[in-house]
Design a protein around this ligand. Sequence first.
Ligand SMILES: Nc1ncnc2c1ncn2[C@@H]1O[C@H](COP(=O)(O)OP(=O)(O)OP(=O)(O)O)[C@@H](O)[C@H]1O
Ligand SMILES: [Mg+2]
Ligand SMILES: [Zn+2]
Length: 351
Amino acid sequence: MSEELRAEIERRLESVIDPVAKESVARLGMIEDLRVVPGGVELGLVLPAHGYEPASEIAAAIESALRQVAGVERVTLSERVEILAGGRTESIPGVKNVLLVASGKGGVGKSTVAANLALALAATGARVGLLDCDIYGPSIPVLMGAGERPHIDENRRIQPGKAHGIALISMGFMVTPDTPMVWRGPMLHGALSQFVDDVDWGDLDYLVLDLPPGTGDIQLTLSQKVDVAGAVIVTTPQQVAIEDVQRGKKMFDDVQIATLGVIENMSHFICPKCDKEHWIFGRDGGRRIAEQLEVEFLGAIPIDPVFAADGNAEGPLLVRQPEAPAARVLRSIAQKIATRIAARNLVRRLI
Ligand SMILES: Nc1ncnc2c1ncn2[C@@H]1O[C@H](COP(=O)(O)OP(=O)(O)OP(=O)(O)O)[C@@H](O)[C@H]1O
Ligand SMILES: [Mg+2]
Ligand SMILES: [Zn+2]
């Protein structure tokens, strides 16, 4: 097989650009096992995430680029996924990407979003953990429903709990609702450090951190201790919440954590009577704030009374009603987040 043919194929591959990472797929290391065979070429495409949004676009671009090479009639492309690590170091052993779910204001649905996002990421085939960083008001154990509790193993490491395939750690497993608040305060920093240092998370592609509301202590501790792949900010459509988003973004900027995007929760209501979307607080508030902050708008999750049942033993919405409109939005948000993180990791590997 001629060297020129191979060189021509490689040259063509250089011109195929990943539209999200904005770099040649060849340079990004997404091509493997290139073989020139009689009448065509065989190669592998290594995708950086399950559900990587531009995957089919890239595959089509590779095929059409290679078909233009004289002597190539057939292009056989195989695909596999290799999720890259987001941090420069694995600041939590075994964990590739740490994702923060934050909000400036309380009660906007962070925990709900974090739990359902974790499930949506896991549904794509990724290995996912969920760490409840809300020491004072842990909600993950209840949200995730019945499952295994964490335990200490023979090596004195904390083995996370498990529900619906997600590894779980929460203060809610460690204290009962009647543990006095005065005891929780001093445990706070120690507990968080322990959750990071002493938990045997196993091999995780994503660890989702459900943060307490606001721009406090825990956020800072975490940003110093953990190498974070990125943060998403959850908001509701009201103006007051929008101002909190700005504050949240600024806080992450200050500690050099990338804000991957904004999620608008409880943004509209899908009316059971007329089946239409009612945008009670006006449309596109979240989109506008995302534009203003120059981050991506990740999606608008409707108000859905079915969320109220999150917290029964069956688990969150994504498990109970995977076809509900809100569940579909959450899956699309998860795919966007995975894609953003993966593209950043691809580019970072180049440098
Ligand atoms: N899209 C939604 N539609 C309807 N109800 C929702 C939606 N999202 C969240 N909720 C409900 O809103 C309440 C608050 O949600 P959640 O506990 O997730 O908020 P939070 O931001 O984590 O609160 P906190 O700041 O106290 O940690 C819960 O009762 C939850 O079921
Ligand atoms: Mg919460
Ligand atoms: Zn209506």
